[in-house]
Ligand binder design. Structure first.
Ligand code: CP
Length: 317
């Protein structure tokens, strides 16, 4: 297995199967620190630089919380408008990163432009973690989801997935790549104008993913062990910031997981994941059902980032 030390985490496409399990092992080992709300000194000599060119609640703060839990330091920006990249200069990724690499030891970057973290990694002499790039990928989110499945089910192989939402979403791309490394079946359900592209389908077929598409969640929910949901009513991820204007409408029943649907059609032991933010695709009365695991996912998101930071910074091998 390749070492994680000094490595960029840009995509799950090139992740090896054994690497998932190593990350899960490290996460399990570090989990008690977060569970007991302790801070330790594992990364006390290290600094995380956050470079967020797009809004975020979870990804940035979970990385920051993870760094604090491991005793490290945090600097950076949550709004590129307050930097020279977001003002008159429109400073390039290269010039920005050639500065940031002296301010810390690892960069986590979110960007509205697909490929921006990879561009940063080309120039940075420190590891770059992709915190979501346009419609590209969101590797740390899907690592969080897979870790949640491991914790809840004890295994990933042999499970059937239902993935619902906008298939242009970066999470869906990382999910599809990741599942090619497991014995998994996945059914994708999305509006026709948000479906997987032919090019992407050809790519994941070539990579061996066992998948199909359906029009309505009702067609697939009965078989699913893991139900992963994303919005279909959502902003344009290629913009630095997309303000909501007026009524954006609701989620059609085809892409909605209601309490009634779960009670009448879902397996009793299925688990329901959502990376959040949500619109109305999972109504709030689902939150207290035994299917919901998104609050556990939130906790696991910190633990997963602790594991990744410890690994890429060489504090764990
Ligand atoms: N899940 C996720 O990426 O959330 P944020 O946009 O709040 O980071």
């Amino acid at each position: 297995m390749r070492s994680f030390m000094g490595r960029d985490i840009l995509s799950l496409k090139d992740f090896e199967r054994g690497e998932y399990f190593r990350i899960f092992e490290v996460a399990k080992e570090l989990e008690p620190i977060a569970r007991n709300r302790r801070n330790v000194d594992l990364l006390k000599d290290k600094t995380l630089v956050v470079a967020f060119y797009q809004p975020s609640t979870r990804t940035r703060l979970a990385h920051e919380a993870a760094m604090h839990r491991l005793g490290g330091h945090v600097t950076g920006f949550a709004d590129a408008k307050m930097t020279r990249a977001g003002d008159w200069y429109q400073e390039s990724i290269k010039d920005t990163v050639k500065m940031l690499e002296y301010y810390g030891d690892v960069i986590v970057m979110r960007h509205f432009m697909q490929g921006a973290p990879a561009e940063a990694a080309k120039w940075a002499t420190i590891p770059v973690i992709n915190g979501g790039d346009g419609w590209g990928e969101h590797p740390t989110q899907i690592l969080t989801d897979l870790y949640t499945v491991m914790r809840e089910k004890g295994h990933i192989d042999g499970l059937k997935w239902l993935a619902v939402g906008d298939m242009r979403m970066r999470t869906m791309h990382s999910l599809a790549y990741a599942l090619t490394k497991f014995d998994s079946e996945v059914t994708f359900v999305s509006p026709p104008n948000m479906s997987l592209t032919d090019e992407f389908k050809a790519e994941i077929t070539e990579m061996g993913l066992n998948f199909k598409e359906a029009e309505h969640v009702e067609q697939a929910i009965g078989d699913a062990d893991v139900i992963l949901v994303e919005p279909v009513v959502q902003p344009d991820y290629t913009k630095a910031r997309d303000e909501r204007k007026g009524d954006v409408g609701g989620t059609p029943a085809n892409y909605k997981i209601t309490k009634e649907l779960l009670q009448t059609k879902a397996k009793h032991d299925a688990i329901l994941l959502h990376s959040f933010p949500r619109m109305d695709e999972i109504p709030t009365d689902v939150d207290s059902t035994h299917w919901a695991r998104y609050w556990e996912e939130a906790f696991n998101g910190v633990v997963m980032r602790m594991a990744l930071l410890a690994l890429v910074l060489g504090a764990m091998e």
